[in-house]
Design a protein around this ligand. Structure first.
Ligand code: HEC
Length: 136
């Protein structure tokens, strides 16, 4: 007897959950899209273009805490890195390792923190994006 009364309740609870589940990721997606768009507007070479995978990955990691596009912060400006290393597979590979292992010495005494949770593939995406920024 009680079950009969419960059934509609459970059903509507499920429906409610389904609706909540539907709208939330959508909101999140558009939020992060807006953020990416704001970022893009400050980036002259990529202005108007959708964020590349590497750029998105950098935003999702802590890279932007220490690296800005045009300006040295804790780490070198991304454009300076792009200017220092030609965009070759060897450099992408080597720098991807450096992102994962961290280290210092190429730009000064300040060390980059290691990023052991970043996969080699993702690190390469990010480095390819950085090296694509030289734009000259
Ligand atoms: C704690 C601050 C910090 C964070 C966070 C950080 N970096 Fe760095 N990064 C540095 C510093 C400092 C250097 C310069 C190291 C050196 O002198 O060799 C550097 C150097 C680099 C270089 C050039 C390496 C070389 O050998 O010339 C690349 C590429 C790079 N970072 C990418 C990234 C990426 C991608 C991320 C995010 C996954 C990231 N960094 C996060 C501080 C940081």
């Amino acid at each position: 007897m009680r079950k009969r009364y419960l059934a509609p309740l459970v059903m509507s609870a499920l429906l409610f959950a389904a609706c909540g589940g539907d709208t939330k990721p959508e909101q999140k997606a558009s939020d992060s899209h807006e953020n990416a768009a704001v970022d893009n507007s400050m980036v002259s070479p990529n202005a108007g273009k959708p964020a590349s995978k590497g750029e998105t990955l950098m935003a999702q990691n802590d890279c932007k805490t220490c690296h800005k596009e045009e300006m040295k912060v804790v780490g070198p400006a991304l454009k300076d890195i792009a200017g220092k290393y030609p965009n070759t597979p060897e450099n992408v590979d080597h720098l991807a390792d450096k992102v994962i292992k961290g280290g210092s010495g190429n730009w000064g005494e300040v060390a980059m923190l290691p990023h052991p949770n970043v996969s080699k593939e993702d690190a390469k995406e990010m480095v390819s994006y950085i090296l694509s920024l030289s734009g000259k």
